[in-house]
Design a protein around this ligand. Sequence first.
Ligand code: CO8
Length: 374
Amino acid sequence: MKQVVVTGTGLFTPENSISNDELVASYNTYVDMFNAKNASAIEKGELEAMTPSASDFIEKASGIKSRYVMDKAGILDPETMVPQIEERPNEAPSLQAEMAVKATQQALDEAGLEASDLDAVIVACANLQRAYPAISIEVQSLLGVEGFAFDMNVACSSATFGIQMGRDMVRSGSAKRVLMVNPEICTGHLNFRDRDSHFIFGDVCTAVILEDSETAKNKNGFEIIDTKLFSDFSNNIRNNFGFLNRTDAEKRDDKDKLFIQNGRKVFREVSPLVAQMITDHLAANNLQASGLRRMWLHQANRNMNNFIAKKVLGYEPDFDQQPTVLDEYANTSSAGSIIAFHKYKQDFKAGETGVICSFGAGYSAGSVIVRRAG
Ligand code: CO8
């Protein structure tokens, strides 16, 4: 059986960042405007007054301090509260494909490869900007890759599911070198007028290159020891946006056509499940949690990650063992655990082992055990 190795990772970070204070100021201005406009209905009890948001709640409940975004002005303008992203002509590269190419260049550099060395492209993310042609095929064309490409979506677990797909492809021989890339424009589908979730997401793109260790140029990559995926249907994180929305005009613009979650329930249900999944996955590979150098967990909630890591390890890990990027990037859906891996992998010594783990809507979860080669 071929040994598949991650030989390169890449990260594209948008230029603009929004702090909690900036986001909350915009939200609270909107709240004041809404309550003033509807003062009489609120007074009569026909409408509920909106409640302000608070930066200290956001940081305490989630660990998020800021987020990078593709458009800052439109999100912060209380009149719009939507990123303003101009539609491009068909002849121009789409925004997601452009982000993907930028992240890929970095991954190729680390792998010591040219784009023409790749023969398969997977775009794996929670939100795809169009139905077809596949964004991945556009990325393939922009990079000049001969072979095949496809898009896939398992929400926050798209990257780990994509890694398993890529690994299986290399092992079976259906591809030699796979690019798995995660262009996440989460702010396009976030309701910035919803107090419960307006602070959660940011935009970013990550890239991972998977290839056969025998032919890899980078001999210091990360061997994939094993992958494990899990899914179990739940409505607790849901977005009803889809191609049938136009067939029911009355409900087309309802709030459920954007991200909605029952965050408390997700926290309670998913955290123990993920901790057990990692524990079982390690055991199935005859590995001890005590031998883990690091856990690169999905970046949704700092407290959730602390709970999971503590359950797996048996003690509260420090930043080095369980790094976070939530403070700077917020939740970037499928890209979160890959940002953490990208930023905090260089100090690994040959033979050291870690786990990349994602979890989210579906429910879905993925665990990837890696060991530094070399
Ligand atoms: N400011 C001030 N107070 C607030 C705010 C706010 N913004 N929001 C809520 N509160 C209040 C509530 O009203 C409540 O008050 P009270 O106690 O008086 O009723 C109190 O704070 C507590 O509210 P919650 O119970 O909601 O707060 P939690 O402590 O549970 O924290 C979190 C909320 C941070 C959302 C938390 O529940 C969480 O992170 N849960 C895990 C969620 C998770 O992991 N989800 C995964 C989703 S990601 C995914 O799957 C990808 C989807 C695809 C991407 C889509 C892109 C858009």
